[in-house]
Design a protein. Sequence first.
Length: 318
Amino acid sequence: MVQEKECMNQEALLIVGGLTSVGLHIASFFSQVGYKVVVLDALGIAQPPPALQQVTFIHGSPTDTFLLASLCKRYCFETVIYAGLAHNSARLSFNPLAYYHTNVSQTLAACKTLIEQGVKYVLVQSGIRAALQTCPIGRSLRAGEELLSDYMRYKKRALCIMRLTHVAGATPEEGIGSYLFEEKKLIPTMIHSLQTGSFFTVHGKRHETSDGTAQRDLVHPRDVAAAFFKAFLYLKAGEQGATFVLATGHEISIAQLCRRAEILTGKQLIKRYAAPRVWDHPSLSAHASLTRAVLEWQPRYSEVDFILGSELRLAFSS
């Protein structure tokens, strides 16, 4: 239940779809530098990690326009970060209509409500263009962000679209990582197989890559959170918006990632191969030259062994 107005001296921002590793890292970053952070997600969280005790978690639909309006009236948000549109739609079903309904129709209705309530700045997590062309999730997300860009421009509001490659890694000291919050992603699935001795499924072994398995450009969520903060300051400085790519420019194949995990753990990964899924692009990499130049962003935590090691430390200490 949303209470009476709480517009405080401490600036508040809303993170929509924030119960992901990326969303929680963003929440932690903004909270630590002094902002009041509110996370809205359709999934509840029983016990927030210790590092997020100052963050307010609201259990509700990110597309509930009445709830969004109530939260805006209470907290006087100027900034909203969409950290989980694709994740939220993926929770629905594999029906393309569900993706388009969530990522286009409902997202636009939600954004319209937020702007009517005084929101000036919106930052949206998205994927690189290659990923947005391979499946209904990606295509619906791309259609949604194009419509959102047009609408934000019409309303003279500022928008940053943050294109991510493959986010992986954890912050064990804060209890945040994809192993706990997105267990079906690549590295958490790999870790589960190492822990239990179950099969790890590699989707595709005949891709046009160096060893036939898909390649990914890994970025740590702490680096992603830092980029979102820099983009937030960029918008607050008066810029109308931009599209920023978050990537290292270096790929690692799934087979190579498996070998690194085996070396770090001393355990053997039992692999089996299956056909690529509809969203399994053979190579997802990009260049972040504009991001580095404009935001002065430099990945600090995105070396492969650091990413793997951080997820492993969190998983084996849980």
